[in-house]
Design a protein around this ligand. Structure first.
Ligand code: NI
Length: 148
């Protein structure tokens, strides 16, 4: 089931999200449906009106390599390097911005059964993760200085 995507300047997009405590499997499925339908490569819970720390991502499906991912209570624990990409945001349609990010991040998150997992991401996926993590803290691409 697809969900309505909130648009800037909806104040919900500025909320600091709280940790996920309950079962969000159904919400995560709906968020993936919504992301693919948009179409986008990442979607954070506040964009569908849920101020909890959860986002979905598929960095490669548009290249024919579907890789749906769900990250619950994610935290970036390491970052290194630098990259600049033109980023879009489903909540700010048609206003892309060049944003400077770390080149590589290590993300920890709740895996199945609640055990914490850790995974390293590079390049575009790392930028996408940093973009979605910003959403969980009420930060949008407009808040970043436009990078050259
Ligand atoms: Ni966004």
């Amino acid at each position: 089931m697809t969900l309505p995507i909130l648009l800037h300047p909806d104040p919900v997009l500025r909320a600091a999200c709280t940790p996920v405590r309950g079962d969000v499997a159904g919400l995560a499925r709906d968020m993936l449906d919504t992301m693919y339908a948009a179409p986008g490569r990442g979607l954070a819970a506040p964009q569908v009106g849920v101020t909890e720390r959860l986002f979905v991502m598929d960095a490669t499906w548009k290249e024919g390599l579907p890789d749906p991912r769900v990250f619950v209570n994610p935290e970036i624990v390491a970052r290194d390097g630098a990259q600049v990409n033109e980023e879009g945001c489903l909540s700010i349609p048609d206003v892309p911005r060049r944003v400077a990010r770390a080149r590589r991040v290590t993300l920890t998150f709740d895996g199945p059964g609640g055990a914490r997992r850790s995974e390293v991401f590079d390049g575009f996926a790392a930028a996408c993760i940093q973009h979605e993590m910003d959403h969980l803290d009420g930060v949008l691409i407009l808040d970043h200085a436009a990078a050259s």
